[in-house]
Design a protein around this ligand. Sequence first.
Ligand code: ARG
Length: 456
Amino acid sequence: MWGGRFSGGPSAVMTEINASIGFDKRLWKQDIAGSKAHAAMVAKQGILTEADNAAIQSGLDQVAAEIEAGKLVENPALEDIHMHVEARLAELIGEPAKRLHVARSRNDQVATDFKLWVRDAIDQTDAALAALQAALVKRAEEHAETVMPGFTHLQVAQPVTLGHHLMAYYEMIRRDRGRFADCRKRLNESPLGAAALAGTSFPTDRFNTAAALGFDRPTANSLDSVSDRDFALEALAAAGMTGLHLSRFAEEIIIWASQPYKFISLPDAFSTGSSIMPQKRNPDAAELVRAKAGHLLGNFQRLAVVMKGLPLAYSKDMQEDKVPVFEAFDTLGLCLAATTGMVETLVFNAEPMRNAAASGFSTATDLADWLVRAAGVPFRDAHHITGNAVKLAEGKGVMLHELTLDELKAIDSRITDDVYSVLTVEASVASRTSYGGTAPVQVKGQIEAAKKDLGL
Ligand code: ARG
């Protein structure tokens, strides 16, 4: 392909370190689409004859059909997918294949192919994220009134509803989708036609190929076009953030499934047993999602370090951009499928959740708020009075609502019988009606809005 000025061939090691076909074969569809758009455009511009274009178009269709059928013959001497497609095209149609590589270079070709691949991956990821959101909304709707403990510092803090807790993850995934959409928008400029780095002397129409490949416009600077990998980095950053979110949920599933909690039972489909302890049911899927988030975050770092300090324009370092991206989207797809599967099938145990929600004097804030509201006590004083009530209850080994009115009055005479109406966990959650709060009426409102957003 480039042997004109060489007299000797590359060493075996050179061939091995140089070859990317082992991984960039995954770009075959995008490569063929890019070549078809390019050939059609150069023919339209009179740079290629219509007869050559026709031969190239049908030849490329045939190459596509062969690769689809698993008939790609890998040859490390042909380096990458671009050369493999072109070489096979030459075997099939002869001379016209050699005219295809006019007014372009592998540098703009690979940038185009890779952008198209990342764009597809983003679209698939978005669909998987939407499916996870739909699963979360469905379970949240079932449990809009189910009370569970809300934690801070992993200490029981205030009662919340399970629906509210699940909808918190809905919000995280909503932001993740926003990040991918944002990345897609910025990505969607076509580098094709930037050629090696400087543009071309042929009368090409880059707007034509951009439109044919579904890009919004061509990139504006040919140097930037072939050296930019921001789109891959942004996609990896978004994937890392999503992985981070999934790992937090996975961690909660692991905690909730443990015997001291018993908030959930894991379905057989997403647990494994132990070869030595017959009673075990392990949350392996959740643990692996938690772990794989590390790979996702690492892959951003991996590519960022490859790109760091590279001069303009193309350097072969950039061939190493693909593996982290392929791996990240494979991993993310698997993690999303596992998480959605778990959300759909987890069994929530309302009783242990409610018991835990009532523990740890979780309605103490409600008592303090009541003192503010009903007795006009300043919040700081109410906080102190409530602290005394908690101390008394703790000493007696009872819950706050189990203290007698006399006992409460001895702490502060302004307390009346009415206080008991706020001391149960159900009353506590029902009272938190502020926008975005945990009251079932609020949570149901959020769920309705989410369903509308998702088109459910
Ligand atoms: N396989 C190469 C890559 O992935 C294609 C670009 C080759 N360009 C070059 N100037 N050698 O980056």
